[in-house]
Design a binder for this molecule. Structure first.
Ligand SMILES: Nc1ncnc2c1ncn2[C@@H]1O[C@H](COP(=O)(O)OP(=O)(O)OP(=O)(O)O)[C@@H](O)[C@H]1O
Ligand SMILES: [Mg+2]
Length: 267
């Protein structure tokens, strides 16, 4: 579904030159939930923006279902890192969720239906008439998720969507993402700097190096499909996987060369 080949991004301007992403190659299969994890500032947002066609790569290409991405493609939706800046404060929740649908050729009643359905999916059926600033942070982030869902994307890109909410809300939202992913069969690329979150959510974890970024390792998460916050997080296998990813990230921060292993760590 997603094919990222030799992606490189160098920012230039104002006398500064930053090589954020050096050389990234990976694929995501249709219907897969893949987590990208890497140290802070390693270029995760840059990578997602290139994948979503919001930034032009310096080199390399991204393909969505075989078509080259050279602008925001119709089948993709984005949930940004800062929910506070991603909703329009002068529009009600329902209008925020409906906005991207206006680009699609849909009847008004179908739009209404999609908005109501998406808000119900994230447990906010009653909030359509509220303004975003009347809601808590966690609720605002659920609105952003509903907006992405209503659009019925093939691919959902999520950039540290829960970094700014409290731990309890975060756990609920993680379960929400897994439930929606399983129900709707969408392809999800989820970026986080949180190792436990990556292992808890993903079917596969791609570990990135420090900037300039390359893929350090790809890891299959061989935990059962049924996950829950209590039992999964105390499972011995969960501990093994998170320890392994943690060691990889520490090594990445020290600048050790990448090891490309595409197999799970030994049991
Ligand atoms: N618009 C920009 N212009 C110039 N440099 C940029 C720009 N955006 C990001 N950078 C630089 O690119 C590098 C990667 O930034 P990016 O935001 O992609 O990292 P990140 O992994 O998402 O960070 P965080 O974990 O803090 O979200 C950083 O060195 C940053 O300073
Ligand atoms: Mg970022």
């Amino acid at each position: 579904m997603l094919d990222v080949r030799g992606l490189r991004k160098v920012y230039e301007g104002s006398g500064r030159r930053t090589e954020a992403v050096r050389d990234l190659t990976f694929t995501v299969a249709a219907g897969e939930l893949v987590c990208l994890v890497g140290p802070s500032g390693c270029g995760k947002t840059t990578l997602l923006k290139c994948v979503g066609g919001l930034l032009e790569p310096t080199a390399g290409e991204v393909f969505l279902a075989g078509r080259k991405v050279d602008g925001p493609p119709p089948g993709m939706a984005f949930v940004f890192q800062e929910y506070g800046r991603s909703l329009f404060p002068w529009m009600r929740v329902g209008q925020n969720v409906e906005l991207p649908l206006k680009q699609k050729d849909l009847s008004r009643s179908r739009r209404r239906e999609l908005v109501a359905d998406a808000l119900a999916s994230v447990g906010l059926a009653d909030a359509a008439g509220a303004y975003p600033w009347q809601l808590s942070g966690g609720m605002q982030q659920r609105v952003a998720i509903a907006r992405a869902l209503a659009y019925e994307p093939e691919v959902l890109l999520m950039d540290e969507p829960f970094a700014a909410v409290d731990a309890q809300t975060r756990a609920d939202l993680e379960d929400l993402v897994r439930r929606l992913w399983r129900e709707r069969g969408i392809t999800v690329l989820f970026v986080t700097h949180d190792i436990d979150e990556a292992v808890y959510l993903g079917e596969r974890v791609i570990v990135l190096s420090a900037s300039p970024t390359v893929v350090r390792e790809q890891l299959k998460v061989d935990l059962p499909d049924e996950r829950d916050q209590l039992t999964t997080r105390v499972a011995p296998r969960f501990a093994e996987l998170r320890t392994h990813v943690y060691e990889q990230i520490q090594a990445a921060k020290r600048g050790a060369g990448p090891v490309r292993k595409d197999t799970p760590p030994p049991r």
